[in-house]
Design a binder for this molecule. Structure first.
Ligand SMILES: [Zn+2]
Length: 128
């Protein structure tokens, strides 16, 4: 793996997000899903990673409320989410108070516009 290729994988991921599409990778060698975007599969070392659309559903693995002054936007959530595809990603859960986010909660991904760049956030599944 070289740095140029790694940058390419991350750029491709972000480019899809900027178009409102959430894509992760799936290894064509071992069939496992891969996230964060990589050049080489961390499971089997294969270098044939295809871009696929995840179901977008997952579960909160851990959650933290980050305290912030109201004038700076107020408290917000930082969570690790386990997608049903078996990959873990850092994101946040929106639509409920940060302190209401619970470990084990079912959540669903959506892509939002974050100052012109696509960003994956999650909302509670039962609230939809
Ligand atoms: Zn693999």
């Amino acid at each position: 793996m070289n740095t140029q290729e790694q940058v390419g994988a991350e750029a491709r991921y972000q480019a899809a997000l900027n178009e409102g599409r959430f894509l992760i990778q799936r290894c064509e060698g071992c069939g496992r899903h891969v996230f964060y975007p990589r050049v080489v599969c961390p499971h089997c070392g294969g270098d044939s990673l295809a871009w696929v659309e995840p179901k977008g559903t997952g579960v909160v693995y851990s959650t933290t409320t980050v305290r912030r002054k109201p004038e700076a936007g107020g408290d917000y959530d930082v969570s690790l989410i386990d997608l049903d595809e078996g990959v873990r990603m850092m994101s946040r859960v929106e639509g409920i108070a940060p302190t209401e986010v619970k470990i084990g909660m079912r959540v669903r991904a959506k892509v939002i516009d974050n100052k012109g760049a696509g960003l994956v956030v999650f909302t509670p599944e039962e609230a939809r």
